[in-house]
Design a protein around this ligand. Sequence first.
Ligand SMILES: NC(=O)C1=CN([C@@H]2O[C@H](COP(=O)(O)OP(=O)(O)OC[C@H]3O[C@@H](n4cnc5c(N)ncnc54)[C@H](OP(=O)(O)O)[C@@H]3O)[C@@H](O)[C@H]2O)C=CC1
Ligand SMILES: O=C(O)C1=N[C@H](C(=O)O)C[C@H](O)C1
Length: 215
Amino acid sequence: MRYGLTGSTGRMGKEIIEVFKGHDLVLEVNDTGIFRHGEPEVIVDFSNREVLKTTIELAVQFGAGVVIGTTALSQSDLTDLRTLSEKVPVVQSYNFSTGINIMKMILREFSSLLKDFEAELIETHHSGKKDAPSGTALMLKDATERDLPIHSLRVGGVPGDHSIVFANEGEVIEITHRAISRKVFAIGALTAARFCLEHEKGFYSFEEVIRWTQR
Ligand SMILES: NC(=O)C1=CN([C@@H]2O[C@H](COP(=O)(O)OP(=O)(O)OC[C@H]3O[C@@H](n4cnc5c(N)ncnc54)[C@H](OP(=O)(O)O)[C@@H]3O)[C@@H](O)[C@H]2O)C=CC1
Ligand SMILES: O=C(O)C1=N[C@H](C(=O)O)C[C@H](O)C1
């Protein structure tokens, strides 16, 4: 696969280069510029919303699919990605781990049964993370369809922990996901990039990618 990478010098960018070994990195975008020596089939973006327009322009230029993991996107960014998906496949998720996406499915299915319980979300990330709350916490909150508080910790080198706690006077149910390393997100991005190569234009979630791997 010929791929482009927006955010190639970042924590996730480095992890992606490692996991995508054997594929051709033909385009890099970072704060120092755009470096290209081929035509990407897919562009992977784990960077900052400031550079999203560049990723979209490059995807249109090359007819490349997009795998976007960047968080703190605005509504208008999401609209721009949906417009792009009328031309190419776009996989967008605030979390490319299998576990978080299964946790999201569990919450979507069962949290209405816990509507009489109080609920709060806690997320912990490395101190280099710029946004709070995490995109994943917002995604999990959406899955519960509840307006619940999110507590954010930025400490040390934690790759990404998310817990949801439901409690009443008599019992507590807690669901926790812990990413042991950033590699899981990069592996998810590689699966999503392969998905793009086999799919037509459209806006896809990582849940759809997981279901495709189980086909
Ligand atoms: N969806 C998921 O599964 C995951 C999502 N993320 C998200 O991915 C994103 C990146 O995380 P992380 O790698 O830790 O962040 P880093 O800060 O380590 O890296 C950011 C990268 O983006 C580049 N960049 C930032 N701003 C610009 C700009 N204006 N123009 C061009 N390039 C720019 C940086 O370039 P330079 O180095 O030159 O400054 C760097 O390569 C975050 O939004 C994070 O939340 C992270 C993990 C998993
Ligand atoms: O910035 C990170 O590191 C992470 N960001 C994503 C988020 O904001 O949810 C996903 C993951 O938890 C790591």
